[in-house]
Design a protein around this ligand. Sequence first.
Ligand code: CS2
Length: 501
Amino acid sequence: MPTADARLHRDAPPPGLPAPVRPTQVGIVHLGIGAFHRAHQAVVTEEAALATGDVLWGILGVTQRSGSVRDQLRPQGGVYTVLTVGPDGASARVVGSVTDVAWPAEETPRVLATLAAPTTHVVTLTVTEKGYSRGADGGLDVGSVRADLDALAREERVAEPGDGAAAASAVGLLVRGLAARRRAGGAPLTVLSCDNVADNGRVLAALVGQAVDAALPGADGDDLRAWLAASVTFPCSMVDRIVPATTTAQRDEVEALLGARDEGLVVAEPFLQWVVEDRFAGPRPAWERGGATFTDDVAPYERAKLRLLNGAHSLLAYAGSLAGYATIAEAVADPVLAARARALQGDAIATLDAPDGIDLATYAEQLLERFANPATGHTTRQVAMDGTQKIPFRWGGTLADRLADRSAGGDPPTGVVTALAAWAGFVVEEVRAGRPVDDPRAEELRALVESADDDGAAVRALVRLPGLLPGIRPDTDGRDPLDQLADAVAADLVAATRAGV
Ligand code: CS2
């Protein structure tokens, strides 16, 4: 164990690196403080503070799943290192915009009080796709957030900032925090989703509305509903930076470099993009001074990123795992897999409106170059996680748009077929090998595979998993396009297996 004074700390930044920003108060609550937030929004916030001298935008990070991020960062006063690794080598910087990390399992009242404080103006979220507690129909899975909804109803009745019940979900914590804020005076608030979910802000606003309706039906929720409509906005945003999970070897390497142990280290590629819908309810950091772009319409950026970057990423993750590649960089270096990624991107480009000044074919090719960066060590297994939550946005949108486009002939697009075959093949292989699929719907996936007569039937059943490919309607003859799709995916997998890929 490193001794306390060998740990990185904001009062003792490593010599030779610029000192981190020292916020004087919390202005932002961030839900889901994993590696991605620390290498993305927190860096842009840091840059904005350094550029403007405005130190009112400290971040209270909230870690939902386990207390480990808190235990990593709190002894360091919130500071951590970002190691940027790219073709031009590596560089380190220390970031100070996170002032503390709270774990709701032990500190829910404190988080609710910070969400209610008038000095807090923005809530940002990176809770991953599954953190939105959506059911297969895309709406709020009320059962999974029931404990928080019950706590919300109690808190509204007694008008207390929090009854101490530990929040068990991100959406539940957010809704309880919003209600606490209204009771505390109701200063406006912006809730900014930064997850890879299509129309993320609008989706989150709808989930919050459904949570309020379920917890406080009818007139009981009227005051909260009216305040939400008048005082809270939910802009959309597109975020982009490749940030793999940090390894112990990387922590050891940076310790040797800095002369201090950093348990909060994050490692990222050089590229960083953040496109934010300019719809704030109150003050916000000057994030444009930190590299963010503000726009009236995020949708073209977000769709292009989800379908071209994340879509190709997931394909490479599944096809790469099946082919025995441990990293995305290895997978994209295989010409057969790169061709599949390009075919999927081609299907997607046919459905996209290019954002201003962007050539989509060039953008798509640049993404594959970024994937080829071996230094991040991004693993196929990491990107393969949570497929049922990611596929609807990454491949489902392309598929629904292509099938709806009669001029394209209505046949399932081959790039998407290959991608689905890779996912289904991966799931079948995991289940047959007795490994639990790393997915919140793992049990359903296992049951589908185990009850199928053969691999072909398993693949067909997987493709038809409710919620996986939303928005696909029967064609004019009443046929379900998913039947044809499921056959095509099963045939592709058989062909790929015969070809040994
Ligand atoms: C990846 C993303 O893990 C994944 O599913 O596709 O985290 C990806 O690295 C980021 O969205 C890049 O911005």
